[in-house]
Design a protein around this ligand. Structure first.
Ligand code: SF4
Length: 238
């Protein structure tokens, strides 16, 4: 996909063709893609061709693209990446509002019910992205856990990767476009606390320390038992 008028693109200074809104010069016509899928379905010897992930639902046009993917090109689990639920974080990611994902989810469930397909939509979320505070993770957990009809299993803590705006903000704690300061969760403790919201919340530090010391005690006792049995064995040998 590309700009309709490429001369305009050459002079363009927008950092994204999709965010905050799809550029009117963007040619998001899905017809060639649908034609290709249709040709693939005709190829003899190929039973099914699956699309597992990578769908950009903020790029959809009015064609039946999504319906075609669900009906003909889903193996049972379709992964999509809303990444977060909070606009403050999504804006820094240059991702669309979570309501767009909720709409996609509704459509997915509707198609599955109508076609009697037992498929799952697997959303992908990320914690500790620059700009994401603990209260944003609390809000995410409130909106997602036990609320929507999907399995939450694709979750990840941010790993800064080269050549991304997220990494620039991660290292500088600054939005390079607005020069505004951005909060970044950096310590292991902050990152662990954020990630724990995917699994129902976080434990107070005291409880975590108590649990760790319980684990350490178990390990120490096991080591002591092992040492004792080694000493007994050595005595028997001599
Ligand atoms: S934002 Fe629009 S004009 Fe700019 S490069 Fe993308 S499609 Fe072209």
């Amino acid at each position: 996909m590309r700009g309709k008028n490429e001369e305009l693109c050459k002079r363009c200074k927008r950092p994204s063709c999709l965010h905050p809104k799809l550029c009117p010069n963007m040619n998001n016509d899905h017809t060639p893609l649908l034609d290709l899928y249709s040709k693939i379905r005709e190829v003899k010897g190929i039973k099914r061709a699956f699309i597992g992930s990578g769908i950009r639902y903020d790029l959809f046009d009015s064609s039946p693209y999504f319906e075609t993917v669900v009906k003909h090109h889903t193996s049972g689990r379709l992964k999509v990446a809303p990444e977060h639920t909070e606009d403050r974080v999504l804006n820094l990611m240059r991702k669309p509002s979570f309501t767009m994902f909720e709409e996609l989810n509704r459509k997915f469930q509707h198609i599955c019910r109508r076609e009697e397909l037992k498929y799952q939509l697997i959303p992908y979320f990320i914690s500790s992205h620059p700009g994401c505070r603990e209260e944003d993770m609390q809000a995410l957990a409130r909106k997602v856990l036990g609320k929507l009809h999907f399995t939450l299993e694709q979750v990840q803590d941010l790993t800064p990767t080269p050549m991304t705006i997220s990494s620039v903000i991660f290292y500088t704690c600054e939005n390079p476009y607005t020069v505004e300061s951005v909060y970044v969760a950096r310590t292991q403790e902050d990152k662990r606390r954020q990630k724990s919201y995917f699994f129902g919340g976080t434990l107070p530090t005291d409880s975590r320390q108590a649990q760790q010391s319980k684990r350490d005690n178990v390990t120490n006792k096991r080591d002591e038992r092992s040492d004792r049995s080694k000493r007994t064995l050595n005595r028997k040998r001599y």
